[in-house]
Design a protein around this ligand. Structure first.
Ligand code: HEC
Length: 123
């Protein structure tokens, strides 16, 4: 009986570890590296093909005054938080039909890390 209980306990620990590996805490440091893929069009402090990102977390979509947004994004009523940014980075066109960002990130962990970077380091 005892051995069996230990074995079950060990299995449970293994499962927790396996799960936590998949759902690692979001890492701003890793997000900063991944953000390089955004820099073809974005930077934190100047508008380029895309709007500047400083302070984007918690802000309304389409709110940088001197950037020429699509009408669709301006009218979206979205506020950028973990959930909306995750949807945006998964498929901008699906979240906001008519938006003019054509880029997406396939991996959930990569999106979470990029969002953490924007939240923590791009204030
Ligand atoms: C190929 C160019 C391009 C790339 C690469 C790109 N974007 Fe964009 N992004 C845009 C454009 C253009 C817009 C403006 C969309 C609109 O007005 O409809 C935009 C808008 C945004 C917005 C909305 C900002 C606001 O002020 O409302 C966020 C957030 C964003 N991008 C995040 C990212 C992130 C994070 C990455 C990297 C993972 C990324 N983008 C990669 C072109 C790009």
């Amino acid at each position: 009986m005892r051995r069996r209980a230990k074995l079950l306990a060990a299995t449970a620990v293994g499962m927790v570890l396996a799960t936590s590996h998949v759902r690692a805490a979001a890492s701003a440091a890793r997000g900063e590296e991944l953000y390089q893929s955004c820099q073809d069009c974005h930077s934190l402090d100047s508008n380029d093909i895309g709007p500047k990102h400083r302070g984007v977390f918690g802000r309304k979509a389409g709110a940088v005054p001197d950037y020429n947004y699509s009408a669709a994004l301006k009218a979206s009523g979205i506020t950028w938080n973990e959930d909306s940014l995750d949807k945006w980075l998964t498929d901008p066109q699906k979240l906001v039909p008519g938006a003019k960002m054509f880029f997406h990130i396939d991996t959930a962990q990569d999106r979470a890390d990029i969002i953490e970077y924007l939240k923590e380091r791009a204030k």
